[in-house]
Design a protein around this ligand. Structure first.
Ligand SMILES: Nc1ncnc2c1ncn2[C@@H]1O[C@H](COP(=O)(O)OP(=O)(O)OP(=O)(O)O)[C@@H](O)[C@H]1O
Length: 245
């Protein structure tokens, strides 16, 4: 099976001693992988590391089987990402913004820009300045930018933050369609556990900077366990282990 992203013993410690420790994780082509974990567990840190936004202290990251740092630009051509709250220039329009993003990729056409704006439901406001957008609309625009170049791998940090119910349904449909029709691989961090249950084939649980468990969603569901039950059980076991110590 083709490996899209692999980390080995990935460690990042901030000055306050927080961060992540020894995370080894592999994403195969076609995976829709959900990262779960409590606030402050280290999910965003992990996503920032694998998108090159910060450098690890230790460990290795390979993207499409090549070292991320040595082949950063070539690798990132095939990655779309949305990390933390989207930050935009307020005085440009959604259409102009996507045109700007499109310049970083070889073949983003005007037609493709229209296509993604339609997909995320922003076509009617494409000529409005971003400063007039709501939080959810900005989130949709960030998703549009992430999928714009038809990436092989899409990395999303809390993508449904601020989305209304329609927006969440739209988000789920886009991911399912890209995954099923184009075989796009996804790595998604979210607290929306029911969304993840519907979308993901695999999940990993990060607690206090460590990947404590991975699971195959189909197996969990077939065993009569919901993703929420699996997650709560993992957190409770972790607390139990700590209280014994
Ligand atoms: N730039 C930074 N400097 C110092 N500490 C940081 C920095 N960024 C994150 N941290 C700390 O590292 C830990 C992991 O943070 P991170 O943002 O990765 O967690 P998270 O799992 O994404 O949390 P949430 O679900 O709340 O978004 C937290 O304790 C956080 O306070």
């Amino acid at each position: 099976m083709d490996t899209m992203l692999e980390t080995s013993q990935l460690t990042k410690t901030y000055r306050n001693q927080r961060g992540i420790r020894n995370i080894s994780l592999r994403l195969n082509a076609g995976d829709v992988y959900g990262l779960l974990g409590p606030n402050g567990a280290g999910k965003t840190t992990f996503l920032k590391l694998v998108t090159g936004l910060i450098r690890p202290d230790e460990g290795k990251i390979t993207l499409f089987r090549q070292d991320l740092i040595d082949h950063f630009e070539a690798g990132m051509q095939h990655v779309g990402c949305m990390i933390e709250s989207a930050d935009f220039h307020d005085f440009i329009t959604a259409g102009q913004y996507l045109k700007m993003v499109g310049r970083y990729y070889p073949d983003v056409t005007e037609h493709r820009i229209t296509q993604v704006l339609e997909a995320v439901g922003l076509i009617s406001v494409r000529n409005d300045k971003i400063k007039h957008y709501s939080t959810g609309m900005k989130q949709k625009l960030a998703l549009a930018a992430a999928i714009l170049p038809n990436p092989k791998l899409v990395i999303l940090d809390e993508p449904t933050n601020g989305l209304d119910i329609d927006g969440m349904v739209m988000f789920r449909r886009i991911i399912q369609q890209l995954s099923e029709v184009h075989g796009t691989t996804f790595l998604i961090s979210s607290h929306m556990i029911h969304e993840l249950e519907q979308l993901c084939n695999r999940v990993g649980v990060i607690v206090e900077g460590q990947l404590i468990r991975e699971g195959d969603v189909r197996d969990l569901l077939a065993g009569g366990q919901s993703l929420e039950q699996f997650y709560i059980h993992e957190l409770e076991s972790r607390k139990g282990e700590k209280s014994v110590v």
